[in-house]
Design a protein around this ligand. Structure first.
Ligand SMILES: Cc1cc2nc3c(=O)[nH]c(=O)nc-3n(C[C@H](O)[C@H](O)[C@H](O)COP(=O)(O)OP(=O)(O)OC[C@H]3O[C@@H](n4cnc5c(N)ncnc54)[C@H](O)[C@@H]3O)c2cc1C
Length: 333
């Protein structure tokens, strides 16, 4: 199937407005992380500190694809699956977008050649959607052509709410051409209007990764109270396990994990009916325990690109994680 010719123009009309909106909204944490990521002497100085080097090694797959692949090999050896992501979002130049596209293709080729148990995760804005939607579309097609050749799988991450509709439409077009074995999508439970998207995509047989949602958004767009988000997430988990195709539940929340297992057992599903997904290095004990219990666990492995943004985001949450303290739901930028 060919993509409608006017699609790129159609979805690109508001790209600049979106980019401006996001620039205003850019949280301090992202700015700090970008400073680390893009300033080589500063990065070298910071990461020279042993404690930060160790933490980077825990949460980041490495500075390049070779290190990311080595991380995936290590995960596979422990029975865990991987999802490689050339980290970052909002490419600021065509060259940056092309690099992200090439990285995804190289990752798929290496995964296929080495027979690794791993997917590739891609963000539309990292492959140039803000700059030129047609470029992102063409790049995604090149990536999926490679997935088709190598037997790989690519999941489109979901970004800020302003991108959701465009991402879904791009995904649906790709799904109809490449099929659910090659391309999947993400649904964010904190979105007030996500239910219809979930139903629509399940009806298409799409492979969905369900997450709570990770961005700061306006109150009229997303649920804000932690209890509301958790309730919506639990409802969506049940819906997805009932009707979904190769679903993935991505969470580190022990209650959500327990709820998923309860629903799985109540519905009489096997442990292979879905997979858990978590970020590399976050709750490693929970990851190992689930694997021991027989569940499939896939680790999201960010590498290269703006990897420091990811590291700073994880570090921000780490003390609470270590303390095991209850915290209000705060979304990351
Ligand atoms: C594999 C994977 C893919 C994702 N893809 C997307 C996506 O495409 N789009 C999107 O909007 N969001 C995505 N997210 C993020 C998701 O939306 C949530 O923001 C994030 O997972 C935190 O929610 P939680 O379910 O873990 O529960 P929470 O209640 O927020 O967290 C539970 C516990 O995990 C700890 N924790 C959570 N995140 C981190 C972290 N980064 N570092 C250290 N500790 C942490 C918390 O401190 C807490 O102790 C993804 C998450 C995962 C695991």
């Amino acid at each position: 199937m060919t993509f409608p010719k006017s699609f790129a123009t159609m979805i690109g009309n508001s790209a600049r407005i979106r980019a401006n909106h996001l620039a205003k909204e850019t949280p301090m944490i992202r700015k700090a992380a970008l400073l680390i990521a893009r300033n080589s002497w500063f990065r070298k100085a910071i990461l020279g500190l042993p404690v930060l080097r160790d933490l980077a090694g825990r949460f980041v797959g490495g500075k390049d694809l070779a290190s990311g692949l080595a991380t995936v090999r290590g995960l596979n050896a422990r029975g865990l699956k991987g999802s490689l992501n050339f980290h970052g979002m909002h490419a600021e130049s065509i060259a940056e977008a092309q690099t992200a596209i090439d990285q995804a293709i190289d990752a798929l080729q290496a995964i296929g050649a080495d027979r690794l148990d791993a997917h590739v995760s891609v963000k539309l804005t990292k492959i140039g959607f803000d700059l030129d939607p047609a470029l992102a579309e063409a790049g995604l097609r090149r990536i999926l052509d490679c997935a088709a050749r190598t037997g790989g799988f690519v999941r489109l991450d979901m970004e800020e709410a302003v991108y959701v509709e465009d991402t879904l439409r791009m995904f649906e077009a790709m799904l109809s051409q490449y099929g659910p074995e090659r391309v999947g999508i993400v649904i964010q439970s904190y979105l007030r209007h996500r239910r219809q998207d979930l139903d629509r995509l399940m009806a298409l047989g799409a492979s969905i990764r369900l997450v709570k949602g990770g961005y700061r958004e306006a109150r009229d767009v997303v649920l804000h109270r932690r209890v509301e988000i958790d309730t919506a997430f639990h409802e969506d988990i049940e819906r997805l396990l009932r009707q979904g195709h190769a679903p993935a539940i991505a969470t580190h929340d022990a209650e959500a994990v327990a709820w998923t297992k309860t629903v799985q057992k109540r519905l009489g599903l096997g442990q292979d009916a879905f997979e858990f997904q978590m970020l590399l290095g976050v709750k490693p004990d929970l990851q190992a325990r689930l694997r021991e219990e027989g569940y499939a666990v896939r680790c999201y492995v960010p590498y290269g690109g703006d990897w420091a943004t990811h590291l700073v985001g994880c570090l921000r949450r780490l003390p609470m994680d270590l303390l095991g303290a209850a915290r209000p739901h705060r979304t990351k930028g």
